[in-house]
Design a protein. Structure first.
Length: 137
DNA sequence: GCCAACGTTGGC
DNA sequence: GCCAACGTTGGC
């Protein structure tokens, strides 16, 4: 099982809204590298839900419930989206500052390529981050 | 509000 | 095919 991190600006689509919805289409991705990551996702993959711009922290865990299919919000029909559902909020949100200060987590693609909105998380990073956030890996 | 990173567009 | 201009993302 692979692990991922997706970003959302909380004033556009927050974790709370995600929980209310119960399931969502992860649409609107317009970056080819991010789209490639979406296409690699498998059902059952776990995903960190990160609040960008405001919050700047991982606030919850999501799960992939549908693999990539065409994103209807893309008029050119080139980009894809996946479906995600919330699994659990984290007990202790993991801030970007904490991530950057950590020798293990500062290697995350989240840090190295800050503009990428869908990025992979290694198994080691996943397990370690889950430990810090008080959730089971 | 600013700026760095970086992707895209368009002229040549 | 190069590169300048420009737009967007996202941290600070």
């Amino acid at each position: 099982m692979a692990h991922w991190l997706v970003k959302s600006e909380p004033f556009k689509y927050s974790w709370d809204q995600f929980v209310k919805d119960g399931r969502t289409h992860w649409d609107g991705v317009r970056n080819h590298q991010a789209a490639k990551n979406l296409k690699t996702m498998a059902v059952g993959d776990r995903v960190f839900f990160y609040h960008s711009n405001e919050g700047l922290e991982i606030v919850g865990i999501a799960e992939v419930v549908a693999t990539a299919y065409p994103d209807p919000s893309d008029p050119a029909g080139r980009f894809v989206m996946v479906d995600l559902k919330p699994v659990t909020p984290v007990k202790a949100p993991l801030t970007l500052k904490r991530i950057k200060d950590d020798p293990v987590l500062s290697e995350m693609q989240l840090v190295k390529q800050s503009r990428l909105s869908v990025c992979p998380v290694t198994d080691d990073q996943w397990a370690y981050a889950c430990g810090l956030m008080g959730v089971e890996a």
